[in-house]
Design a binder for this molecule. Structure first.
Ligand code: NIG
Length: 424
């Protein structure tokens, strides 16, 4: 890998540099260059002042963005649920119970040590669309052994730098073995299973999540798991208000969760509750991270999932207007959103959720980083991780103007080219 790479002739450079948050119009430059040194951004500025570098890449007037930060995915699975999707398109409603189908397939794959190549292939797909920072969850093992094996795999992927953030989701669904005694499963998910997952991940798991919803875990059960996870030192995330007003939003705000995700069924009071957390101060935790137990509860909207389940779109516009912090994520999973295409999510947020392009891009970069309590990604300020997305377009509005087109030309992750341009 060259020690330094200078990307020149950038038509539109979205640095989203936090140092310029008071002057947001300066966070997008025209006719600019960007210098990557090792794993970091070392400089950006006008073409007239470009420094020397080992390698130069001519962007040809195209647009450059920070890599997407996808703060919600479920990549640790095996099995196919396309028939369920097809039935849904014919009118059947989505229900939490479909998770069990994936659990059966995932347990066999984990037992045979067959999951890792599938997960690595999914991550490679995400990178090919410009994603450079990914969170993923356990949650399809749903037994002590299954969750521990999933956590071990997630920990391994974090350790080798493939994945950034791992989340324990033992409370995804009460598996059929516990159908007669769901409380015993909650005890397990908040106790021995949590401990086993943390040990298996080898200290590389920062988060716990619960599916707080009808058919999954009610507010009391969710609280039990989240409080145990917080006690164990994990930051909190909540799947909330996907199918109805489950109480997950208030719970997330009360417990200081970093994010509540889905947020499809929202009252004015729910939106207000999230907005009221927007100014909670963050706390630096070193090495490019923020403390998991401080800061706002980010509302993470998942437009691909909303489309795939024919749910009412999350009210991203109203959340922003009320002053809440939002993130945009793929929710890549086999049941409700089998896509990691963040460009598609950005396009949908603009076309259907009525965000401006600027709001959608910020939600898919800086918003995701805040939801994951990271300072090092989601922007191209000096010192940021050199995660760069070169578009096959002169301006970023093409993402919404040409939805579905292959607009990722090249991607650098930690300063290393991982997708290179095939076309001249
Ligand atoms: O985020 N909502 C819960 N979990 C996933 C779906 C899981 C599944 O149906 O397999 C989601 O949509």
């Amino acid at each position: 890998m060259p020690a330094s790479t200078l990307i020149t002739n950038i038509g539109e450079l979205w640095t989203l540099d936090p140092a310029l948050d008071d002057a947001p119009q300066q966070q997008v430059l025209r006719g600019a260059a960007l210098l990557l040194e090792g794993e970091r951004v070392a400089w950006y500025g006008p073409m007239s002042q470009t420094p020397a570098a080992d390698v130069q890449v001519d962007a040809g007037g195209r647009a450059v963005l920070p890599g997407w930060v996808d703060s919600h995915s479920h990549l640790l699975f095996d099995g196919d649920r396309s028939a369920e999707f097809e039935a849904r398109m014919a009118g059947r409603a989505y229900a939490a119970g479909g998770i069990q189908v994936t659990t059966d397939a995932t347990r066999s794959a984990l037992a045979g040590d067959l999951l890792e190549p599938l997960v690595r292939a999914r991550i490679a797909e995400a990178w090919a669309g410009g994603t450079t920072c990914l969170e993923t969850k356990t949650g399809y093992g749903l037994s002590l052994e299954g969750e521990a094996l999933s956590a071990r795999l997630a920990g391994r992927l974090v350790a080798d730098g493939t994945l950034e953030e791992a989340t324990y989701l033992g409370a995804h669904l009460v598996p059929r073995e516990y159908a007669q005694d769901p409380d015993a499963y909650v005890d397990l998910a908040a106790g021995a299973m949590l401990e086993a997952a943390l040990a298996a991940a080898g200290g590389r798991m920062r988060w716990a999540d619960v599916f707080c919803e009808d058919g999954a875990f009610d507010e009391d059960a969710s609280r039990r798991v989240l409080e145990a996870a917080r006690q164990a030192g994990l930051g909190l995330r909540v799947h909330g208000h996907q199918l109805g007003r489950s109480g997950g939003v208030a719970l997330a705000c009360e417990l200081g969760a970093a994010s509540v995700d889905h947020v499809n069924h929202m009252s004015a009071a729910d939106i207000e509750a999230l907005a009221a957390t927007a100014d909670r101060p963050v706390r630096d935790a070193g090495a490019g991270t923020l403390a998991v137990d401080a800061g706002p509860t980010v509302a993470t909207v998942l437009p691909a999932c909303d489309l795939s389940t024919r749910a009412p779109l999350a009210p991203a516009r109203a959340l922003l207007d009320a002053g809440a912090r939002i993130a945009l994520a793929s929710n890549c999973n086999p049941g409700t959103s089998y896509t990691s295409a963040m460009g598609f999510c950005v396009a949908t947020a603009v076309l259907q959720m009525h965000l401006t392009l600027d709001e959608a891009i910020r939600a898919a970069t800086r918003g995701g980083a805040l939801a994951l309590r990271r300072r090092d990604v989601g922007h191209l300020g000096v010192g940021a991780r050199a995660d760069v997305h070169l578009l096959e377009a002169p301006t970023a509005i093409h993402l919404a103007y040409r939805p579905g087109m292959p607009l990722t030309r090249a991607v650098w992750r930690r300063g290393r080219p991982i997708i290179t341009a095939r076309r001249p």
